[in-house]
Design a protein around this ligand. Sequence first.
Ligand code: FAD
Ligand code: SF4
Length: 406
Amino acid sequence: MSFKVNDMAYAYSANDTIKDKGEYGGVVTSIMKYLLEENIVDGILAVEKGWDLYDAVPTLITDPEELIKSAGSLHCGTLNLAKILTKYLDGARDMKLAITCKPCDAMTIRELIRKGKIIEDNVILIGVNCGGTMAPVDTIKMIKKVYNMDPSEIIKEEIVKGQLVMTSTDGSEKRIKIDYLEEKGLGGRRENCRRCSLKIPTNADLALGNWGVTGDLKGKATFVDVCSKKGAEIFNKVVDDGLVKTVEAKSQGIEIRQNIVNTMLNQSKKQKEKDFEKTTGDIIDVLKIYKDELSKCIKCYGCREACPLCYCEDCCLESEGPEWIPGGYTPAAPFFHLTRMVHMADTCTNCGQCSEVCPSEIPVSKIWATVNEKIKETFNYYSGRDNKGVPLPFSEYENTTTRRAK
Ligand code: FAD
Ligand code: SF4
């Protein structure tokens, strides 16, 4: 069978070592190995396990034999690989790269392609579905306090049928409802992930995940969604060369997968309603509502550094003197954030990196996600999705008045 855009299949690696080490059949690792061996790409930007299960390390792999070390899914891997791609790999200007990406990675990469910061022809996006990631330190604390388990003995942490399941080295398991953990503030997914409205990265070239794999292959194979012509070409190659085996996706599996996604999207919608309930007005209203929170800002520049969409070569917020003197060298809190806002909020992908680093615990990600939601409503621009023909709200949009004036 020749795969085309929108085709789906169950798949697993034909290489037993990769199949065993891979999370669900090792398809991603097999595809990456093929791309390197055939010199289709110069490198793979992936994630590998560091010190322990909670330590996800971004890695650039150029030797196909090394790829096996990146097999497996790290659910405490809260990285945004788009930043690494632009900051350290020059937006794939000099090398062709394949990147494993969660939906938010893929969305951010799409925005950076749009802004000319990443070269589209030089990247292949191998997407993985994502129901949400968990912050490493919070997760370690939750395992100790709530699960009464030793975090160093956990070999797998995964959401199964609405429960967060911890599996220990001795095979024992503990399950707690994810809703309960999150509602009670005991742990669970990062707050931005709870709002996320893209669970299957259909904006990548291929999207892979375990949802919807049924029957004997459950747990042993991956569901593959072909999302672009580039993705179809690559997937056909690995299948034709016998590197990946496929089985037709069962209609019941397709339905189950869709139901899971719908349930998760419903939860995200509710979370958004809760997060945005205070802000019924316009963008300025959002800033007014959060002005007290924003005044806690110590101008550490952490959010600017972490933001994958903050991309200016010379930042106008840079200061020669101490940042902490009020009204001294950097703009006062609301203007500091207002400046950041006009540079990134229209394309914000709710990746959560800013909140992750803020020492003042300002809910920066929630603030920008709220602003972005208002921008979506006004400009019909959906960050990270297919926005062909839709102008970038803050830099390309021309209203009728300016058009008439020309
Ligand atoms: P493998 O061959 O094992 O390759 C896995 C690839 O994922 C590797 O290239 C590795 O670099 C990369 N990776 C590992 N951790 C991360 C990370 N934190 N960020 C970016 N890349 C990473 N599928 C679902 O259907 N439902 C889910 O809810 C779901 N949640 C996921 C959450 C995370 C954080 C991740 C990484 C994956 C998730 N998946 C989910 C996808 C699933 O776990 C498998 O990755 C997918 O089925 C492919 O399996 P595989 O054996 O082919 O992958
Ligand atoms: Fe201010 Fe927090 Fe950003 Fe630091 S990370 S500049 S404290 S908002």
